[in-house]
Design a protein around this ligand. Structure first.
Ligand code: ZN
Length: 105
């Protein structure tokens, strides 16, 4: 509906306006809308959860609500890397294939 209003205003201002000019204006508005959506996503807080595999805290990465990383230290996706500590080293009970994944809510 917003686009209909924009086109209506353009035609009211210039009844001779070309379809090409209208298209250019609408494309600019579409680009603007995409940029605003991306900016809002980046500015919003990540989701927080507990890893269903290793139990460590995890969060979504900026701009992608489907991509989870472990919140501690290195923000890695893999549970094995996330549970590594300098004192205790690797936890061999954690398979390398485990990736950060939220518990089902
Ligand atoms: Zn994990």
């Amino acid at each position: 509906m917003r686009l209909v209003r924009v086109v209506r205003e353009m035609v009211d201002l210039d009844p001779e306006i070309s379809g090409r000019d209208v298209l250019v204006r609408l494309e600019a508005l579409a680009d603007e809308a995409v940029e605003q959506t991306e900016a809002a996503l980046l500015a919003s807080e990540p989701d927080h959860a507990e890893c269903a595999k290793c139990g460590k805290p995890i969060e979504t990465t900026a701009g992608d609500r489907e991509r989870w990383v472990h919140s501690d230290s290195d923000r890695s996706r893999g549970c094995r890397a996330a549970t590594f500590t300098e004192n205790e080293g690797w936890n061999d009970e954690i398979p390398r294939t485990w990736k950060a994944q939220p518990k089902k809510r």
